[in-house]
Design a protein around this ligand. Structure first.
Ligand SMILES: [Zn+2]
Length: 56
């Protein structure tokens, strides 16, 4: 189950946050059937976006 965490949706498996519920669901679906993160999905997470900004 995707968890609502404040303004964001969290994948309960990899703990990444998303602004879009469908992205979080996609992430969780991937995480539950694979043993690693899907970079295409994970790159849309709050953490990845924040990271990208800090590294500019
Ligand atoms: Zn995930």
């Amino acid at each position: 189950m995707v968890k609502k965490d404040g303004d964001y949706y969290q994948c309960e498996i990899c703990k990444l946050h998303y602004t879009d519920r469908s992205e979080a669901e996609k992430c969780q679906e991937w995480c539950s059937s694979h043993d690693s993160c899907n970079l295409g999905v994970a790159s849309k997470s709050i953490e990845a976006t924040r990271d990208r900004k800090t590294h500019l």
